[in-house]
Design a protein around this ligand. Structure first.
Ligand SMILES: Cc1cc2nc3c(=O)[nH]c(=O)nc-3n(C[C@H](O)[C@H](O)[C@H](O)COP(=O)(O)OP(=O)(O)OC[C@H]3O[C@@H](n4cnc5c(N)ncnc54)[C@H](O)[C@@H]3O)c2cc1C
Length: 388
């Protein structure tokens, strides 16, 4: 049986980034069920980095991730991981109050957020309909993320640091044997001191295998598709345009437009597929807000964004299952927050507390711990019962 210090279940952005952070100091093995890491949520995102989206915990984690994304370690990626892509949040007249509230909330975390006039919004995204638009706010420093470059950087870095990534290795059973976990997989058995559950939408299923209480994860399907850009229009410099009521968003994507109806339909953990009705809804909302007439949908897909009740991610040892670490519930924010959550994971496992820069941003182990979801106290993020 292969032995490891830490087994990470799931080779998506969460598992890959955590394994990268841990691989310098521990023998780490990543187990991925599919034949390629990144097949599920990680390969299906909108690739957006914004500091003005999600719970306060998410916003802080995004801020804590920014330095890594701006200046990754030497040799991590062949090209920059971030590219400028402002975010323009638009509102109709009936959404005026929502836009005001959104700006007020945003300014708490992102002081560069500002209101823009209808004329300025139309200059930024000329296809918006003047008669649709009542107001807009702009996050000038939001970005596009090179998701593939980031994910591959983590996976290559794991191997460079002596770790192992095994694909076609679905975990089928977990058993605690004295001080270690015995992990059964389709690629053979392993043993480890610590298991990290980074199984995305399947995290509660993995928890069940380990005998842990569920964290109440709800995967929600989100649809995306691409359409042709209006003929003769240079779209590349447009910001992402986002409806303040979360009814749609669209942005330039390799010469076309990426569009989403911003749906969030509860789903079982599965290989999510785009439904005709959701694509049609997205086309309709795009056509109502813009002068674009969609003649064809070029590509369509869907992915699962998985949430616990309070909408913030879960990173911490299970309060009852010894040596079982949850890294789940990243919702629609798991790319932009991956670097901070991975560093949090490594620090919680090695030292039982968060990195100093994250504490300085107002983050705490308690905000991330699975114990919060069960109304249990958190002791420095690493309950004594969880120590291997
Ligand atoms: C349409 C859409 C738009 C999004 N836009 C953004 C965005 O703009 N910015 C952002 O930050 N985030 C965004 N997200 C969210 C982001 O994609 C997710 O939060 C992130 O990818 C989650 O990563 P993960 O590694 O937890 O999950 P996944 O990528 O799903 O990885 C989990 C892995 O675990 C594996 N696994 C499951 N069970 C087992 C098992 N038994 N054994 C072995 N392996 C197993 C799966 O095969 C899978 O590869 C978006 C998501 C969607 C769907």
């Amino acid at each position: 049986m292969t032995g490891a210090d830490i087994v990470v279940i799931g080779g998506g952005m969460a598992g890959a980034s955590a394994a990268f952070e841990l691989a310098s100091a521990a023998k780490v093995v990543v187990l991925e069920r599919e034949s390629a890491c990144g097949y599920h949520a990680t390969g299906r995102s909108a690739a957006s980095f914004t500091e003005n989206y999600g719970t306060a915990t998410i916003r802080r984690l995004a801020k804590a991730s920014r330095p890594f994304l701006e200046r990754p370690p030497e040799g991590f990626a062949g090209s920059p991981l971030l590219a400028p892509r402002g975010m323009l949040t638009v509102a109709r007249a009936d959404q005026r109050a929502a836009l005001r509230d959104e700006l007020e909330r945003a300014l708490e975390f992102v002081p560069t957020m500002r209101r823009v006039s209808v004329d300025e919004a139309l200059a930024l995204v000329p296809v918006l309909r003047r008669d649709y638009l009542d107001g807009a706010i702009l996050e000038p420093n939001s970005m596009d993320i090179d998701v593939h470059g980031l994910h591959q950087g983590f996976l290559k870095g794991i191997r460079r640091r002596g770790g192992t990534v095994i694909v076609d290795a679905e975990v089928t059973a977990l058993e605690r044997d004295g001080r270690r976990w015995r992990v059964s997989t389709r690629a053979g058995p392993l043993s480890a001191d610590i298991v990290i559950n980074a199984a995305g939408a399947w995290a509660d299923e993995i928890g069940r295998l380990a005998g842990a209480a569920p964290i109440g994860l709800v995967p929600k399907r989100r649809t995306a598709f691409t359409v042709d850009a209006p003929a003769g229009t240079a779209v590349e410099a447009w910001p992402l345009a986002n409806d303040v009521g979360a009814e749609f968003y669209f942005k330039p994507d390799a010469g076309r437009l990426f569009v989403s109806p911003a749906d969030a339909t509860p789903s079982l953990p599965t290989d999510a597929q785009a439904e005709d009705i959701d694509v049609a809804e997205g086309v309709d909302r795009l056509e109502r807000a813009t002068t674009i007439a969609v003649t064809r949908v070029v590509r369509r897909w869907a992915g699962l964004r998985s949430f616990v009740t309070d909408g913030s991610p879960v990173a911490g040892f299970d309060p009852e299952a010894r040596g079982f670490f949850w890294l789940a519930g990243q919702g629609g924010y798991g790319i932009k927050t991956a670097s901070a959550l991975a560093r949090a994971t490594a620090a919680l496992i090695s030292a039982g507390r968060l990195p100093e820069d994250q504490v300085a941003l107002g983050l705490s182990a308690a905000q991330l711990s699975p114990a919060r979801l069960r109304g249990m106290p958190v002791d420095g993020g690493m309950p004594a019962t969880a120590r291997a």
